[in-house]
Design a protein around this ligand. Structure first.
Ligand SMILES: NC(=O)c1ccc[n+]([C@@H]2O[C@H](COP(=O)([O-])OP(=O)(O)OC[C@H]3O[C@@H](n4cnc5c(N)ncnc54)[C@H](O)[C@@H]3O)[C@@H](O)[C@H]2O)c1
Length: 442
């Protein structure tokens, strides 16, 4: 049920005004790509049955009637289906990109021309254009925001305080964004409730692990066509993403080395059968380096100095700060050469060639298509249901970072296994009684 009586109407909404062609506000690369984009969005939709069910219910119940949502996310076929679900629920949605290299231009075109969703995203846009697009999304004066990495929330609190007062809450998609939000909340800077969608089991246990695991390797193959069998892959960070990447690389026949700073994660990697060592040692051994730490300066000058000729460098962490590209460029004796799409070759003074993929940005989104739709089905079902919850039960929350209610997480898991044809047991009354008592012993 939506009740907008107390939602502030700060600004006249510019995205209400279609242009001469009847299209919503937009800045996309080429509207002629819309038909191709639609066909790819439909293809993703086939693998997203949970989100589809939610979209159908939203279309019937219209929980977001009169609500404006601004989303800053990777503009892919999967997020397009999330935008469709929110729009079906009555929301007026404006989308901008959360990364300059992850935008699928055909998807962006289809969102505008086929689905009437205001969209600001062009693949390869420069830094100024990237932030101008976030600004354009915020011009819609949103009631709720969806973020992936916290850039939009950051801009709201620094440069766009004119629309800050109208925001009632939002959802954050990724680990790095949640970390930034918690820092904002601890500093007393966060001005509205944000829900850490990343932290649901149905998101990070599957999206971060299986999604990043598969799509990161997919991107490395598309960019280099390299063979992993018999090669040494160094995975920096053994969190949810790192575990997925390491296990997939192992499955393809690579010898996997893990680097970590957390003793428990290092132990986990060791007991999963991987070699664990510092980057200073791994740098000499690796053929392929994959960073997924969410931290900066993981692969540095001293590591480049000892790497093998032909070493491949890829990052799947949220920002392009994990591989020290400035140091790599300083070590190079020539201007880097684009030897294949998404692959830049840096030649060092002794003739060794190091291959940087996707300019050090999220490789799985920049050099491939991001996670498969089947896994984003759960992440975006979480997002859609969390937004509905925020707009109803969550409306009295004070500023801070909140967990998604467990009931939503379990609902998404239940719906997903049902769509996969999986049945599970239910507790018997005796089991319920046993689990809630303390008297039973040996
Ligand atoms: N590529 C994608 O599509 C995608 C998907 C989900 C998350 N992410 C991003 O990937 C990053 C990792 O996410 P996660 O969910 O695995 O986080 P996580 O917190 O579960 O894991 C990160 C791991 O990196 C380790 N680490 C930190 N600094 C390190 C260092 N200097 N050397 C080695 N290890 C170090 C931590 O100890 C931790 O175990 C984040 O930036 C997240 O936003 C990317």
């Amino acid at each position: 049920m939506s009740d907008l009586a107390d939602l502030p109407e700060l600004l006249p909404d510019p995205s209400d005004r279609p242009d001469a062609a009847g299209l919503p506000r937009h800045d996309v690369a080429d509207l002629a790509l819309a038909a191709q984009g639609r066909s790819r969005i439909d293809w993703a939709d086939r693998a997203m049955p949970v989100l589809r069910q939610i979209r159908e219910r939203f279309a019937a119940e219209r929980p977001f009637a009169g609500v404006r949502i601004a989303a800053c996310m990777h503009v892919t076929t999967e997020s397009a289906n999330l935008m469709r679900a929110l729009a079906a629920g009555g929301a007026q949605v404006t989308l901008c990109a959360s990364n300059p290299l992850s935008t699928q231009d055909d998807t962006a075109a289809a969102l505008v021309a086929e689905y009437g969703i205001a969209t600001f995203a062009r693949n390869g846009i420069d830094r100024d254009g990237y932030y101008a697009h976030i600004g354009a999304a915020l011009d819609a004066a949103p009631h709720y925001v969806f973020d992936d990495g916290c850039d939009l929330v950051n801009i709201l609190h620094t440069e766009r305080t004119d629309v800050l007062g109208g925001v009632r809450g939002g959802c954050e998609e990724t680990t790095t964004g949640v970390i930034r939000l918690r820092q904002m909340a601890a500093a007393g800077a966060l001005r509205f409730p944000m829900v850490a969608v990343n932290d649901t089991d149905t998101k990070h246990m599957f999206d971060n692990r299986y999604g990043t695991g598969q799509s990161t390797l997919d991107a490395i193959f598309r960019a280099t066509n390299t063979l992993l069998a018999g090669r040494t892959v160094v995975v920096a960070g053994y969190g949810y993403c790192g575990r997925g990447v390491a296990s997939r690389a192992k499955g393809l026949g690579a010898a996997v080395i893990v680097t970590e700073i957390d003793p428990t994660k290092a132990l986990d990697a060791a007991m999963d059968g991987f070699q664990v060592m510092p980057m200073s040692a791994a740098a000499r051994l690796g053929d392929v380096f994959i960073t997924v730490t969410g931290n900066r300066d993981i692969v540095r000058r001293e590591h480049f100095a000892v790497m093998r000729d032909g070493a491949i460098l890829a990052n799947s962490g949220h920002f392009d700060i994990e591989i020290d590209i400035t140091a790599l460029a300083e070590l190079a004796v020539e201007v880097p050469r684009r030897v294949r799409p998404s692959t830049d070759e840096y030649v060092l003074a002794d003739g060794r060639r190091l291959l940087l993929l996707a300019e050090g940005r999220l490789v799985n989104l920049a050099a491939a298509e991001g996670h498969p739709a089947a896994v984003m089905d759960m992440s975006f079902a979480d997002q859609a249901l969390t937004a509905e919850w925020l707009h109803t039960a969550g409306r009295d929350l004070i500023p801070g970072v909140y967990d998604v209610p467990t009931a939503i997480d379990k609902d998404v898991a239940r719906m997903k296994i049902e769509t996969m044809g999986i049945e599970i047991d239910t507790l018997t009354p005796a089991q319920v009684e046993y689990l809630s008592s303390w008297e039973h012993g040996s």
